[in-house]
Design a protein around this ligand. Structure first.
Ligand code: FAD
Length: 455
């Protein structure tokens, strides 16, 4: 591909930064990834990615995008202990208090621990001839031209050394949701980007357990998206042949306790006994760890009227979502594809073009995560009639999808970011939703929560 610059720098070597660097490698003679942490020699959690101790799965879309960047990557992760899974057949999905129907599909996701997923991407990336990473390298600020209109590089401190400048034609900030870009912009005389925050006060408590191949009837994951009356979320995911990871938690301080009996009781309050049965009976293989996730957070860089040249913001630094839908890594992968597409047209007006394209990729997962959160009565945020209608309709869709594999697949295609949400309003889908609600009533312990009336 056409080379458009000599040197690009990426801040952060987590999934976002690694995938951004892969996109840049086709267009810059050299790409340097700057990471504050020491990069681990084995695939273990590290300080800069604390969420790496919690359950992570890769949606079908994310898997296929990363596979396209690094052919053979999925096989490598599987050979390293991970598992491919048919998202509709091998995963139990519970939303609105009901389990939707399992059926074979072409949606193939990937399960492995977060450090394993990242480690395999990092090794493939660093094998490219024009990529290097500098570890223990904390970016302290930006280097700009005199007028502050062009970013020329970054100021870094490597280990305990003195501050020094690293110059670049393009700097990409992939430093996560704690990104300093808004503050750095302010120092350069720019406005801060508008921020949208939807406070949810989620807390996850996580523990690893011994897995037996017969557990969960051979399924590789169970995902519970919070719904009334108790709004608790939970997931159990395959980590390796002999390990499950369980992360459960709730909104606004209703967090799962880190005591074995109380944790099991909390798991027992989810609308499936699957997670409880493992937690109550399987051998624990780790201590409890917890993670606080205060708010969905979106920074609207695409709305800034003045933006310096030579700078982009990427991944969680741009938008971070309630993790229950497992979207973050997939959105970062999509952004990498979009960055590549933008760079094919050169670097003129790059920030405006990239942020506009990224907005298109972020809108759907944002609406999915925030839309579901807004069903919780304590979550503050705009609930226009469209949002209330969609939540009501998706509830009805779940009811019908308990027995209808076509609807289950249609919903999970959207949730896996493989199809636009508008597909769910196609007349053929609407007809199935109506039929499924007219002729099938919930049975036994199937609960209906929040699905009966709009809003
Ligand atoms: C509990 C939880 C569960 C999740 N589960 C899923 C899931 O199942 N599926 C999914 O797709 N996503 C999931 N996510 C989201 C996913 O973890 C992120 O979207 C993904 O890691 C991409 O983030 P990122 O690389 O942009 O930022 P981060 O992962 O936050 O990484 C930022 C990196 O930048 C480095 N850094 C920060 N500041 C500096 C600096 N000044 N100088 C140098 N380096 C710096 C950090 O050390 C770190 O390596 C989950 C998130 C959470 C919180």
């Amino acid at each position: 591909m056409k080379q458009i610059g000599q040197h690009a720098v990426v801040i952060g070597a987590s999934m976002g930064g690694l995938l951004a660097a892969r996109a840049l490698a086709d267009f810059y003679a050299e790409v340097t990834v700057l990471e504050r942490d020491t990069l681990p020699l084995t695939d273990v959690p590290r300080k800069g990615v604390p969420q790496g101790r919690h359950a992570h799965g890769l949606l079908a879309r994310g898997r296929s995008v990363i596979e396209a960047f690094f052919p053979g990557w999925t096989d490598e992760v599987v050979a390293g202990g991970g598992a491919r899974g048919d998202i509709v057949q091998d995963v139990s999905w519970i939303g609105y208090g009901v389990t939707i129907k399992s059926a074979p599909s072409d949606l193939i996701g990937l399960l492995a621990s977060r450090p394993v997923l990242e480690g395999h991407v990092r090794r493939r990336l660093l094998a490219l001839p024009n990529i290097r990473a500098i570890e223990n390298c904390a970016v302290q600020g930006l280097v700009a031209d005199d007028g502050g209109t062009v970013i020329k590089g970054v100021r870094v401190r490597i280990g305990n050394g003195v501050e020094q400048n690293v110059t670049a034609d393009l700097v990409v900030d992939a430093s996560g949701r704690g990104s300093s870009s808004p503050a750095w912009f302010e120092n350069l005389g720019y406005a801060r980007p508008e921020e949208e925050r939807i406070e949810i006060g989620i807390g996850y408590t996580t523990r690893v357990y011994r897995r037996r191949p017969t557990d969960l009837g051979g399924k590789v994951a169970v995902v519970v998206a919070g719904s009334g009356p108790n709004w608790r979320n939970g997931t159990i995911l395959y980590q390796t042949e002999d390990r499950w990871i369980v992360s459960i938690g709730g909104y606004f301080g209703d967090h799962a306790p880190d005591d074995p009996q109380m944790f099991a009781a909390y798991a027992g309050s989810l609308p499936t006994s699957d997670i409880h049965d493992i937690v109550a009976h399987a051998e624990p293989l780790s201590d409890f760890v917890s993670y606080r996730y205060p708010a969905n957070l979106r920074r609207r860089y695409e709305r800034m009227t003045r933006f310096p040249r030579g700078y982009l913001v990427f991944g969680d630094a741009l938008c971070s979502f309630n993790p229950v839908y497992g979207q973050g890594m997939t959105v970062a992968a999509q952004e990498a594809t979009l960055l590549q597409a933008c760079l094919r047209d050169g670097d003129a007006d790059l920030a405006r073009r990239f942020f506009h394209a990224a907005k298109g990729a972020i809108d759907t997962p944002w609406d999915i995560a925030v839309g579901n959160d807004l069903r919780h009565p304590q979550v503050q945020g705009p609930r226009p009639p469209k949002v209330r209608f969609i939540n009501w309709y998706i509830g009805k869709l779940h009811m019908a999808a308990r027995h209808d594999a076509v609807l289950a697949k249609a919903f999970l295609k959207v949730a896996n970011l493989e199809a636009p949400p508008a597909r769910l309003l196609h007349p053929a889908v609407v007809m199935r939703v109506i039929r499924g609600n007219l002729f099938r009533r919930p049975r036994g312990n199937e609960t209906i929560s929040q699905a009966a009336t709009p809003g």
